[in-house]
Design a protein around this ligand. Structure first.
Ligand SMILES: *Cc1c(COP(=O)(O)O)cnc(C)c1O
Length: 369
């Protein structure tokens, strides 16, 4: 009986880095810099360099990154933000938390990212920002989105939570809009030992505003210029993320190598690999295939010890949490079709080299091909 292939496997990553992670944690323990501090500051510089932007502002989650980026773009009550219905709940939730309204536009069925034409049609007098998501690790089609933003005077904010070091026309995620929002949730391509996030921007004034918003709008000790939040990154997470950041190029290469192997094998069983759109570097946070009879296929793979995922089973416009927005099934057919058909296969840097072969073989058997 061959060993099982879990959908995700985090412990090997931390095991390999254990001495360096322990040293990093000890540095913070000894320094007492538990909130922000020199490790976080150094991580901000290193992450800004990775993205090719001037500024990076470290926060305590990807959700906070989105919330602060939208708040810094002056999104507030009565405003609308055009975004995708096919994403994690955080993307649209933060819009509502600021008193604004998420206006969904359907996805492009090949990249699963916001369709620029649909986004343009969704812009109204009240639109304040566009919030595309670089879903599964592939950048959204940013050039036309940038034109729409410029034409209507909108902020363009990237949800890059799944797209560390992904590229579009030779530029990195986080450098493709007015600001870029990252998550360091442990399962992301770059993961903390807990929660973490980052906002990147080329705009110095915007960076200053983000620094204020993450720290209670504090100007001087106990003098507060504006209403804000506690959204600061912890020192331990900054120290740990610096260790892991050095591995990111090798991890991205490993993810892409596994994806390439899957892509070689899938046509043999009549399935298509995810589309890599032109001029984009996909970092494969998730590797999806469209399959018929998904539930049965998933169960057949589980019986062979192969874990799979469904990311995401219900689009945002049909979530009970957004019932107030009043959308019915059929509103965004491509998002709904993707939610019904996509099956995520195991992909992570430490995935054994022969895993794609075994997974595709089991998939073929499950499909009777
Ligand atoms: C993970 C994720 C978030 C939220 O990040 P957290 O760090 O979990 O708060 C937002 N958007 C997308 C697309 C994500 O995948």
């Amino acid at each position: 009986m061959p060993t099982t292939i879990p959908f995700l496997d985090l412990p090997p990553q931390n095991r390999a880095l254990r001495p360096a992670l322990e040293a990093a944690l000890r540095r913070v323990l000894d320094s007492g810099a538990f909130i922000l501090g020199p490790e976080v500051q150094a991580f901000e510089s290193e992450f800004a360099a990775l993205c090719g932007v001037e500024h990076a502002v470290a926060v305590n989650s990807g959700t906070s990154a989105l919330l602060l980026a939208l708040a810094a773009a002056k999104v507030g009550p009565g405003d609308e933000v055009v975004t995708t219905p096919f994403s994690f709940i955080a993307t649209a939730s933060v819009i509502c938390h600021l008193g604004a309204r998420p206006v969904f536009a359907d996805i492009d069925p090949l990249s699963y990212c916001l369709d620029p034409e649909a986004a343009a049609a969704a812009v109204s007098e009240r639109t304040r920002a566009l919030l595309p998501v670089h879903l599964f690790g592939q950048p959204a089609d940013m050039a036309p989105l940038r034109k729409i933003a410029a034409r209507h005077g909108l902020a363009l904010i990237e949800d890059a939570a799944q797209a560390h070091a992904a590229e579009y026309q030779g530029r990195r995620a986080g450098a493709l809009g007015d600001s870029g929002c990252f998550s360091f949730y442990p399962t992301k391509n770059l993961g903390a030992l807990g929660e973490g996030g980052m906002v990147t921007t080329a705009d110095g004034a915007l960076a200053e505003q983000l620094r204020s918003l993450r720290d209670w709008g504090q100007q001087r000790k106990y003098i507060h210029a504006q209403l804000a939040w506690n959204a600061r990154m912890e020192g331990m997470q900054g120290a740990v993320l610096r260790v892991k950041l050095r591995q990111l190029p090798a991890w991205t290469a490993a993810r892409r190598a596994h994806a390439a192997r899957y892509a070689e094998l899938l046509p043999g069983i009549g399935l298509a690999a995810p589309c890599e759109a032109p001029q984009r570097l996909h970092v494969y946070h998730v590797f999806n295939v469209r399959v018929p009879r998904r539930a049965q296929v998933r169960e057949a793979l589980a019986e062979q010890g192969i874990g799979t995922g469904i990311v995401y089973p219900l689009p945002l416009h049909l979530q009970p949490a957004f019932a107030e927005l009043g959308h019915a099934p059929g509103a965004f057919p491509e998002a709904e079709r993707a939610a019904q058909e996509l099956l995520a296969l195991p992909i992570y840097p430490e995935l054994p080299e022969d895993a794609p072969e075994r997974v595709v073989k089991a998939l073929g058997q499950a499909l009777g091909r």
